[in-house]
Write a protein that binds this ligand. Structure first.
Ligand code: C2E
Ligand code: CA
Ligand code: CA
Length: 776
């Protein structure tokens, strides 16, 4: 795999090399071009001077030749003779001797006398006339003149005999050979041109034909004399041109164009540049190679690091990070390695903390769950859940510091007491779990008892000695469950049972879980029971033994659950208390019972209405207010309402209960101690209770037989009640013999199936009427 880093290093290096090469190329290109250009214009300057010499030398040579000719006796004689044929042949002889291109003889006044082929009376035209005029004043003249389509340099010298008898002119043409000579001398091309009608007429040139044609096509105004022009395009080539006006060449003046080819001058540079380009290519290729190796060299450790970082991110700290060498990357790798170890250690610590209890160092609930799940393979075993008794008390009275020490100690004792391979965990608070491997029910029970024995040893703390106690619940694998959750829940239920029974250790009993689940379902549905109209009241009469009349009825609640059918208040009232919903239920019952009472009163039936309060209702500070307003709303006298509170509820918090009873009593309602005999109240406590009546619990009454323990209890309870000025009621009266005894014991009222079960309102009315008829 090619890493991104690697690719970038390669790209960067190649980019750098190419940029450097390009910069070199550009610099070289422009520097050399500039130097070539300045060299070329220098050459043109030099060429100009050479031209002056070159041109001047030929002029002098022409003058000399002309002098020699003018001095020649034969020629002088021929001129003096005035005979054209003689003049003509003499001129011809002499001219061919000196190799002149043109030769003319003029009269003293400049009139044409004779000339070589191609000359005639108007040869040279105005330019010649000017030259003659100059020669007359200066004694000789050198002139450049175009004639018969060619360009000539002409030297004019007088022919004296001894007076001036004429002029002799010797000319040389500016032709290709002449231009070629100059070119051979200087390496510069030369052209002789004259501005014509809009274009240049080129008389001669050393240029090749295409360039020469391009020159002829140039606009005439382009080339001003004395000027150096750069970059004149002639055909395909570029030129530097320097124009010189030839003196004495008439109007417009003939120009000599000195020309240096830029392209030719640049040719060696171009080949140099090509070589640079080639080298650049090679260098780039080399750079590619080097970058490849270098990039891999640099990127490989970085890539290794990146992969290592990815592994760490994925949570794998096991592989060491190794990068060879001693450079920064290797150092970085080493630092990274340390970091990885640090992270691994920290993670292990965090993991440990997440799975262990900080106080005891034992596995916590989630780890216990996990271990339990793993241990539940094929082996038999038992899950034991343990809860300290009175731990809240220890915490509250001795402080949390002591509480913590107790928990630590319990953890230690458990660890010491279990066998190797067993698991001890703290589930939370004062709840611990022990997983016992490979035990059956009997052995598990035995070991649970041993454990409890260990835990019960008193604990000596620096300032105090604490007696520890605990309750233990057992669930067996696989009998009571095959998954951790079920086993833990069932062990919990067993623990609950153990606590209820104060038994120390309890094993899960078949079916308890179902009760538990049913309770969960009931608690969930209870809140909707009122709204769904599932709650209703039944009424059970209490009969006054002295008057043989129905004085009171007790309202008893019924719940018809939509799926489960009738649910007993003995089952759902405790659930309502635990879920805090009981206040609503009590209000519902008070409301319905008083409404019913008012209805009966309207029909002429004046009954006392007994309503049961739960223990939680005694904590409801708003209850007296509610009772009062409901009484008022239904216009029921307060004395007609009897509130029954169980002895057990009153004993939970005696002070609070007494205060609440006083508040209720102030309203004017009657108060009754229900289920009397089951609540372990002392006489002193009883005396503080502002109550009006006492209901002997039905467990003493139902099988009441003369001479039994129950009879003794019932009799003394009735006496006790009467001594305290209370009305005494016996509930659960089922037999005539029992009723007979109660009569004898002077019990004030009776209630029970012997008379009537709890009835619907209408049925109760009928029953009352029938009862009165019978008794009457
Ligand atoms: P409790 O207040 O002691 O009510 C008397 C219970 O004994 C009633 O059961 C009644 O049907 C039953 N009973 C009456 N005569 C006899 C008899 O001759 N033999 C036997 N074996 N039982 C008899 P119920 O109606 O199932 O009520 C059970 C308990 O539920 C009540 O005991 C009371 O503590 C509670 N409860 C009922 N209604 C309410 C209520 O509206 N509010 C509160 N907080 N508790 C209620
Ligand atoms: Ca009752
Ligand atoms: Ca009762």
């Amino acid at each position: 795999m090619r890493s991104q880093l690697h690719t970038r290093i390669v790209a960067l290096l190649i980019g750098l090399v190419l940029a450097a090469q390009l910069a070199t190329f550009v610099v070289v290109h422009f520097a050399t071009e500039r130097s070539v250009r300045s060299q070329l214009s220098d050459e043109l300057e030099v060429g100009e001077r050479v031209w002056q010499r070159f041109h001047g030398a030929r002029g002098e040579q022409l003058l000399e030749t002309a002098l020699v000719l003018a001095d020649d006796f034969g020629l002088r004689a021929a001129v003096a003779s005035g005979d054209p044929a003689t003049m003509d042949s003499a001129l011809r002889n002499h001219a061919s001797r000196v190799g002149a291109d043109a030769a003319i003889l003029l009269g003293p006044d400049g009139r044409w006398l004779a000339g070589l082929d191609g000359t005639g009376p108007d040869w040279g035209g105005a330019a010649l006339s000017q030259a003659v005029a100059r020669a007359e004043s200066e004694g000789f003249a050198l002139a450049v003149l175009p004639a018969d389509g060619r360009l000539h340099q002409l030297a004019l010298i007088p022919v004296m005999a001894p007076q001036r008898i004429g002029w002799v002119g010797i000319g040389s043409t500016f032709d290709g050979a002449y231009a070629g000579d100059f070119r051979a001398l200087t390496g510069l091309d030369v052209s002789f041109v004259q501005a014509g009608q809009g274009v240049l007429s080129v008389y001669a040139s050393s240029l090749e034909a295409p360039a020469r044609e391009a020159l002829a096509a140039l606009p005439a105004g382009e080339l001003a004399p004395g000027e150096a022009l750069s970059d004149v395009a002639l055909g395909e080539e570029h030129w530097f041109v320097r124009a010189l006006a030839l003196e004495d060449s008439g109007e417009p003046p003939v120009q000599v164009l000195l020309q240096g080819s830029l392209d030719q001058a640049m040719a060696p540079v171009a080949s140099l540049e090509n070589r640079i380009l080639l080298l650049s290519g090679l260098a780039a290729a080399l750079a590619l190679l080097v970058a490849g190796f270098l990039g891999r060299g640099i990127s490989r450790p970085v890539v290794q690091l990146a992969r290592a970082a990815q592994r760490v991110q994925d949570g794998d700290y096991s592989q060491p990070i190794e990068v060879a060498g001693r450079d920064e990357i290797a150092q970085l790798a080493a630092a990274f390695g340390h970091m990885q170890q640090g992270i691994a250690a920290r993670e292990a610590r965090i993991l440990h903390q997440a799975h262990h209890d900080g106080l005891t160092g034992l596995p916590n609930r989630s780890l216990a769950h996990e271990r339990l799940e793993r241990a539940l393979g094929t082996v038999r075993g038992a899950v034991l859940v343990l809860d300290l008794d009175r731990f809240k008390e220890i915490n509250d009275t001795l402080g949390h510091g002591f509480g913590d020490q107790v928990l630590e100690e319990v953890g230690k004792r458990l660890r010491q007491a279990v066998r190797p391979g067993d698991l001890v965990a703290r589930l939370g608070g004062d709840e611990f779990m022990v997983l016992m491997a490979d035990v059956d029910g009997e052995r598990a029970m035995q070991r649970a008892r041993d454990l409890l024995g260990q835990l019960r040893r008193p604990l000596d703390l620096p300032t105090t000695r604490i007696n520890l106690d605990a309750s233990l619940g057992l669930a067996l694998h696989p009998e009571h469950g095959t998954d951790a959750q079920t086993l833990l829940r069932r062990a919990d239920i067993a623990l609950y049972d153990a606590k209820e029974a104060r038994a120390g250790v309890a094993v899960y009993r078949e079916g308890r879980d179902e009760v538990h689940l049913r309770q969960l379902a009931l608690v969930g549905d209870l809140r909707e029971s009122i709204a769904r109209g599932q709650l209703s009241l039944r009424y059970q009469p209490k009969v006054d033994l002295a008057s043989r009349q129905v004085r009171h009825v007790e309202a008893l609640l019924r719940w018809r659950h939509h799926a489960l059918g009738p649910v007993s208040p003995d089952e759902f009232i405790p659930l309502a208390e635990r879920s805090g919903y009981v206040h609503e239920i009590t209000r519902f019952v008070l409301e319905a019972a008083l409404a019913q009472n008012a209805a009966w009163r309207a029909e002429g039936l004046d009954l006392g209405m007994a309503v049961n309060l739960s223990a939680m209702d005694l904590m409801d500070a708003d209850l007296p207010g509610f009772v009062q307003s409901t009484l008022r709303r239904h216009q029921v006298p307060a004395a007609r309402l009897i509130l029954e509170v169980t002895e057990g509820a009153l004993m939970r918090d005696v002070d609070y209960a007494v205060r609440m009873l006083h508040r209720l009593r102030e309203i004017g309602v009657r108060l009754s101690i229900d289920d009397f005999g089951t609540g372990y109240s002392s006489l002193a406590q009883l005396k503080r209770m502002p109550v009006d009546e006492m209901k002997i619990d039905k467990s003493f009454v139902m099988q009441l037989i003369e001479g039994s323990d129950d009879a003794v209890i019932v009799r003394s309870t009735i006496e006790l009640g009467h001594n305290m000025g209370l009305t005494v009621i016996a509930e659960g009266v089922e037999t005539d013999s029992g009723l007979e005894l109660l009569r004898r014991f002077r019990c004030d009222m009776v209630q029970g199936y012997l008379f009537s079960p709890p009835l619907e309102a209408g049925a109760l009315l009928d029953w009352c009427r029938r009862f009165e008829d019978v008794e009457a």
